[in-house]
Each structure stands twice: as structure tokens, then as C-alpha cells.
Design a binder for this molecule. Structure first.
Ligand code: ATP
Ligand code: MG
Length: 350
């Protein structure tokens, strides 16, 4: 599909976010961007729980940021999304699409009739006389996809495409042309409130995907459970440990350090799994996006634990943002969170 402009919509734990990207003489332009907060509990672990609340936030977003188009691309990422390596006979895309569910029936742990399936070829090889593709098989439980589509539909939006959120993040940040190329791999990690999306790519081709059900809010919750803080104290301390005024500052600091350590360890062991199971290139660096990329010390701790260079993702870097009606300060503030909707929109332009 090719289009001159596309709107990506990210329904996340804390917000609905949308970005409209258009293409002009081969250059990308951000036309509109906005986000509207969601009531707590409307989206849990990446799945829409309260359709009306999400729909009403989307309506508000369309009004506030002056989106006019109604065709959108949605992202999905939750526990019931599975991405694994698979090998299929080489065939053209149309043929693969029509036969995929028969080909992969015994590779996915859910009925193929209840799943949305996709296959991303990575490389070709011969098995006997048969030419094969090695690639990533994506299977998402249909009801979780339908939940997001229903919320969009209630807001008057038509979903024309559904994409895996980690792929969107990858698309939005991975093309500065130096890393993840020429035999090296790059990890792209989006840390949200409750969902962390990890993708390792080589040359823009995803090699490994893992969705972790943890993020900034998980740390806040641990501070409530284990250090006895109120939710608002815990949230303040998560974002800025300097606000620490508790009598038991040592305990709070220890719990905070441990909770951050668990998140870092989970990211590390996911990437270690890729490193151990892949014949691919060495990891050249890690690109960090999402609100959780602002967690104090997260970049330093990932760098130290994983022994890689960690850099912030810059989804706006290759995009003209001058028409988006946002100040430089607003652009800087939203940039880490823009990776998903920007990448989703970019996926609609090809
Ligand atoms: N200024 C900040 N300083 C420190 N941490 C922050 C800051 N802003 C956001 N965070 C962290 O980022 C998290 C939210 O990230 P983000 O907005 O990307 O989540 P989300 O996309 O709504 O959720 P998810 O992707 O998990 O569904 C919060 O849990 C918070 O811990
Ligand atoms: Mg998110």
C-alpha cells in the first residue's frame, strides 16, 4: 500500500497518542501530533479494558490536535502477542498471506482462527531441493486486536492496518545509517508504564522481538508495596529520587535500586537470549525510547549491565516538525513517547 499521509495511533497504558506523517518529495513531515491521558485501568497490560474511555479519549484527541483523517494504523503489543523464528518455503507475498494459517498452525500456541498472523522474511536458504525463508512469525490473539479496533471505531476511526508496536518503534528510530548495519545488531527498547518492547535488528530487519510486561509503573508499584510509600510519593520518587523525604530514605533508595535493577535485568536477559541463539552480528548499541527512558539512571544501568552504548531514540530526527504546531520544548518533551505513533504512521507510507 502506498499513501502520501498516514496517521498512527498508539493506545497505551497512560495515554492515547497519534501522529500524522506525510511525505513530500521523499521527505517526511510531521503534520499533527497529540496525546490525551487515559483514566487508570482503561488499558491494562497493553489490552483495551474500557472501550468507552479509550474511544472518548480518542475523540478528544482528534478535536484537540485537529486531526481530519479518519483512517488509522493501530499498534498492538501485549502478553498475547507471540513473535518467534520460523522457516517457510519461499513464496510471493499474496500466496504466503493466503496459506500462512495452514503453514503455521502447529507453531502457534493458539488456534489459528483466533489469531492475526504475519511473517517477516529475514533470509533465504536451501533445504534439500526446497528454497526456504527464515523469518519472524507474528501471532496476535484476535480479540486483543479487535478490542483496540472497536475503541477506534467507536471514536469514528477506521483501522486500515494493524502493526506490531515493536516494529513501529524500530521503524521510527533505527535509520541513522551507521548502527545495526554491516554485520552489527542494534537493540531498540521502548520502556513504557507497563509494557517494554524490545526488538533487535540488523540493517533494519527485525531479528528478535520480546514484549515484557513491566515498565516505570512497575517500579512505582514496588515502592508502594515494599517501601510503604503512597502511590503519589512513589511516583514522585520513581521520576526523581531527589524528592525523597521519607524518614526511611535508605529503605526507599534500596527498593528503588532493586526495582530498577529487575527491569534492567529483564531487558538484559532478553537480549542475552538473542545473543545466545543468533548467528547474527555483535550488538553495537541500544536505543532507548518511551517515557521510561527518562527514568533516572536507566540508561547508565543498561549500559553498565549489558556492556553496550545506550543512546536516546530520536523519532523526530529525520522528520520536518516545523508544521506540527508544537514548540521546540513540546517536541523535546514528547519525542521519546512519539516513537510508537510516528513509526506506525511511517509504516502506512510505504
Ligand atoms: N519525566 C519523567 N521522569 C522519569 N520517568 C518518567 C518521566 N515521564 C515518564 N516517566 C516514566 O515513564 C512511564 C510512562 O511511559 P510511557 O508514557 O511511554 O508509557 P505508555 O506508553 O503510556 O505505557 P505502555 O507503553 O506501558 O502501555 C511512567 O511509568 C514513568 O515511570
Ligand atoms: Mg508505550
Amino acid at each position: 500500500m502506498s499513501a502520501k499521509s498516514a496517521i498512527g495511533v498508539n493506545i497505551s497504558t497512560t495515554c492515547v497518542r497519534a501522529a500524522e506523517i506525510s511525505i513530500h518529495g521523499g521527505n517526511l513531515r510531521l503534520d499533527r501530533f497529540g496525546q490525551v491521558p487515559l483514566p487508570v485501568g482503561s488499558v491494562i497490560d497493553g489490552e483495551v479494558i474500557d472501550t468507552h474511555a479509550v474511544a472518548s479519549a480518542l475523540k478528544q484527541l482528534w478535536k484537540a490536535a485537529h486531526f481530519r483523517g479518519r483512517k488509522v494504523i493501530l499498534g498492538v503489543s501485549n502478553q498475547r502477542v507471540l513473535v518467534r523464528q520460523a522457516e517457510l518455503p519461499v513464496m510471493d507475498e499474496a500466496e504466503r498471506r493466503s496459506s500462512l494459517r495452514f503453514q503455521v498452525a502447529d507453531l502457534v500456541p493458539m488456534g489459528v482462527d483466533e489469531a492475526v498472523l504475519d511473517f517477516i522474511p529475514m533470509e533465504e536458504f536451501d533445504r534439500g531441493a526446497m528454497r526456504m525463508h527464515r523469518g519472524l512469525l507474528v501471532a496476535a490473539a484476535q480479540d486483543t486486536v479487535l478490542g483496540a479496533i472497536a475503541a477506534a471505531s467507536e471514536a469514528g476511526l477506521e483501522t486500515i492496518q494493524v502493526d506490531l508496536t515493536p516494529f513501529a518503534v524500530l521503524r521510527s528510530v533505527a535509520f541513522d545509517g551507521r548502527h545495526g548495519r554491516h554485520g552489527t545488531a542494534e537493540a531498540v527498547v521502548d520502556i513504557g508504564a507497563r509494557v517494554t518492547n524490545i526488538v533487535v535488528h540488523e540493517n533494519g530487519v527485525p531479528r528478535f522481538v520480546r514484549v515484557l510486561m513491566m515498565g516505570g509503573d512497575t517500579i512505582t508499584e514496588t515502592l508502594v508495596d515494599k517501601a510503604g510509600l503512597t502511590p503519589s510519593e512513589a511516583s514522585a520518587v520513581t521520576m526523581n529520587p531527589q524528592t525523597l523525604t521519607s524518614v526511611d530514605a535508605t529503605l526507599v533508595q534500596r527498593v528503588l535500586t532493586q526495582a530498577l535493577g529487575s527491569l534492567v535485568d529483564e531487558v538484559r536477559s532478553s537480549v542475552d537470549y538473542y545473543r545466545a541463539s543468533s548467528t547474527g552480528g555483535a550488538l553495537s548499541r541500544l536505543v532507548l525510547t518511551g517515557g521510561g527512558s527518562r527514568l533516572p539512571q536507566i540508561a547508565e544501568r543498561l549500559a553498565a549491565t549489558m556492556n553496550v552504548t545506550v543512546v536516546p531514540g530520536t523519532p523526530f530526527a529525520g522528520i520536518d516538525t516545523s508544521k506540527a504546531a508544537l514548540t521546540d520544548e513540546q517536541l523535546r518533551f514528547v519525542e521519546p513517547m512519539a516513537a510508537v505513533p510516528v513509526g506506525l504512521a511511517m509504516g502506512g507510507l510505504r
